[in-house]
Design a protein. Structure first.
Length: 298
């Protein structure tokens, strides 16, 4: 059976349990494809994967499973590359793309100190000056491709960590937070941003939503130095109306037209959140919340 055996499959299953991240299955498949062409063993390995993650589909063939696992990485890479592509079609798409249906809370702090080494988790598609940019998949702009549940850095190296809209996509937020605390220097700062009332979005999976209380519960002994709502109730209303409008049409082209039309019509309403951020109950249907945490010095 080529270079692999049932013992190897057992070891691979154990490695998956140890790694505990979506990327582990993707990486193991990526490693085995060039060296092994035995369809029987590939199908056996698919069953190992499905035993580890029941969200994976029952494959028609081993190669269909490979395609499924690679799709998450390639689809994200396409999305991010199109943001800077000079192809005329992509430039036209960016030109007609409506403004974001939200406005950032101007009261959200941004000035906590940076150090010599700083980490951005989930920064694919963004330019993060002064940060080591880590994401699940290797693509342009990413410095380190790794699972946040197992950060490949020594303890206490980063003065500041940005974790923006990431925790909803990880399988074990508590484990990710443990890893962030480990690599954060004593006295260093962690900036967490997560969605609350926001539509489902897979990058590559979408598992949960957070309240401010939920974020603070994950602090694990770190001090809360600031908290609030990054995007407010109007943002929630607008993104839901746009997504609802797209649901009414069966064809992708129609949904795209609906997205552009509603986006341009509705975006001026986003400025209402500049008033609603001050409302005591804005968080009841807030869109994204944030906390700043500080790791104790001792």
């Amino acid at each position: 059976m080529g270079g692999f055996s049932l013992d190897w499959l057992v070891d691979a299953a154990g490695a998956l349990d140890d790694l505990g991240g979506y990327s582990s299955s993707f990486l193991l498949f990526h490693m085995m494809i060039p060296f092994h062409k035995d369809e029987t063993m590939l199908l056996l390995f698919c069953q190992v994967l499905r035993g580890w993650d029941r969200n994976l589909p029952q494959p028609r063939s081993a190669w269909s499973m490979i395609g499924y696992l690679m799709q998450a990485g390639t689809s994200l890479e396409v999305i991010y590359s199109e943001r800077t592509s000079r192809h005329w079609l992509h430039r036209l798409r960016r030109l007609i793309e409506p403004p974001a249906p939200f406005i950032m809370n101007p009261a959200e702090p941004k000035d906590f100190p940076l150090g010599r080494w700083n980490l951005c988790i989930g920064g694919a598609g963004r330019v993060m000056h002064g940060y080591v940019n880590l994401d699940l998949f290797a693509m342009p702009g990413v410095d380190v491709a790794a699972d946040a549940a197992g950060l490949p850095f020594p303890p206490g190296i980063f003065q500041r960590v940005e974790c923006d809209a990431v925790l909803e996509h990880v399988r074990d937020p508590a484990q990710v937070m443990c890893e962030i605390r480990r690599v954060l220097a004593p006295g260093g700062y962690l900036h967490l941003v997560t969605p609350f009332c926001h539509p489902f979005h897979e990058y590559p999976k979408d598992f949960r939503r957070f309240t401010l209380d939920g974020l603070k519960q994950l602090a694990g002994g770190m001090e809360v130095v600031a908290e609030g709502w990054r995007t407010g109730p109007t943002a929630t209303l607008l993104v839901i109306v746009i997504e609802y409008g797209k649901l009414l049409f069966p064809f992708r082209a129609w949904r795209a037209v609906t997205h552009v039309t509603l986006g341009w019509l509705l975006f001026p309403l986003r400025y209402l959140d500049l008033l609603l951020f001050r409302a005591a109950n804005a968080g009841r249907i807030g869109n994204h919340c944030y906390v700043w945490l500080r790791k104790p010095k001792a």
